[in-house]
Design a protein around this ligand. Structure first.
Ligand code: URA
Length: 226
């Protein structure tokens, strides 16, 4: 692989920016600073350093984002801002895609990766990844409503799979589902004659939103996910 491509993929900046790092002797290959951005390196065996830090090449990258409302879950959109616009410069965007979808007005945990196989696997109907949402509802709900959500409700010709539902506070519901139908949580809440007015995803499988700030991004490892 070309050295400038490698450095760009490690997140050190654009081709022009990494060329300037090389010209300013910030980069070494096997201890050698007399290098050119066009040089070919072997990313598996050569030791490439940025100042004193060894740069390691990762084929697959995984990030979690605490999505803000007002951004669509897509890589590109002709009208709206997308979740990609929320990612800081240090995130390597090449081939990166969100895993699943949160609505434009939904906040919370979104996984993004360039690992297409994992993305596909996690979204497969067979994989049944648990996803927990906190929903603020227009009006309060009863234990009977929660029981209906647990057993499964009709969301327009489809009966939802058993779910976990509990009351956090007046008008605040915690709902864990194992599937991901279009607008599923909003439709489930409509099925108990209520309406979601705010929605946040707080977990996706093993991943937890915890105390991440709105708009914050963290790089994580595959072992954190599966
Ligand atoms: N269910 C919804 O209705 N919306 C989301 O964004 C996610 C789950």
């Amino acid at each position: 692989m070309r050295l400038d491509k490698f450095l760009t993929e490690c997140g050190l900046g654009s081709r022009r920016e990494v060329k300037s790092l090389i010209d300013n002797k910030k980069i070494s290959v096997n201890g050698n600073f007399k290098i050119s951005s066009k040089d070919n390196i072997d990313e598996k065996s050569d030791i490439i350093k940025y100042e004193d830090n060894i740069l390691s090449y990762k084929e697959f990258r995984y990030y979690i984002l605490n999505k803000k409302s007002g951004y669509v879950t897509a890589v590109e959109d002709p009208r709206d801002k997308t979740v990609m616009d929320l990612l800081p410069d240090w995130v390597i965007k090449k081939d990166l895609a969100p895993v699943g979808r949160l609505d434009k007005d939904t906040e919370g945990l979104l996984l993004l990766t360039n690992d297409g196989q994992l993305n596909h696997k996690l979204l497969s109907p067979k994989s049944h990844v648990d996803k927990t949402y906190i929903a603020h509802t227009e009006k309060d709900f009863s234990e009977e409503d929660l029981e209906k959500l647990r057993k499964g409700v009709d969301i327009g010709g489809y009966i939802t799979m058993p779910a976990e539902a509990s009351k956090i506070d007046t008008n605040i519901l915690s709902l864990t589902i194992r599937e991901g139908k279009f607008h599923q949580v909003k439709k489930m809440v409509e099925a108990i004659d209520n309406k979601v007015i705010y929605l946040k995803r707080v977990s996706f499988g093993k991943l937890l939103l915890e105390d991440m700030e709105l708009g914050e991004v963290k790089e994580i490892n595959l072992e954190d996910i599966i």
